[in-house]
Design a protein around this ligand. Structure first.
Ligand code: DHK
Length: 146
């Protein structure tokens, strides 16, 4: 198993999980989600990050390009319009899992067309916060399979 870190990257407003629209996103906090991801990763190092800034997400993808084995990314609102984030992800050679807590396809039209899906290896949407460890384990399997 690669001991290069996996990256779990989270976009805008996800720092508010727990209080943010609980009927959509549940009441699990980002800190609790981080703990679930680290538990799922076992001995594999996890770089778990969140930012409301597009450029910060881009910089973290660059870090993953240089040092990471795989990426789980919840781009949140950046999923739908961010060419810079898409361009950065195109440079990443490993597996990418795009993750959304909610089923974006069952929501308003503005959430239906993710640019990130054009470069993601897989997309997980609708499993809720407990889907994050599912995504981490799936990513680790992809990394192991090479
Ligand atoms: C989170 C967001 O902030 C929204 O912009 C996405 C995604 C959905 C989620 O379900 O995790 O549309």
């Amino acid at each position: 198993m690669s001991m290069k870190p996996i990256f779990v990257l989270n976009g805008p407003n996800l720092n508010r999980l727990g209080k943010r629209e609980p009927q959509i996103y549940g009441t699990t906090t980002l800190a609790e989600i981080e703990a679930m991801c680290r538990e799922a990763a076992g001995d594999t190092p996890v770089r778990f990050r969140q930012s409301n800034a597009e450029h910060q997400l881009v910089d973290w993808v660059h870090e993953a390009i240089d040092e990471g084995s795989g990426i789980v990314i919840n781009p949140a609102g950046l999923s739908f319009r961010s060419i810079p984030l898409l361009d950065a992800l195109k440079m990443f050679a490993g597996p990418i899992i795009e993750f959304h807590i909610s089923n974006i396809h069952r929501r308003e039209e503005i959430y239906h067309h993710s640019l990130v899906s054009k470069v993601a290896t897989a997309v997980i949407a609708g499993l809720g916060p407990k889907g994050y460890p599912v995504a981490v384990r799936a990513l680790m399997n992809m990394v192991e399979d090479g």
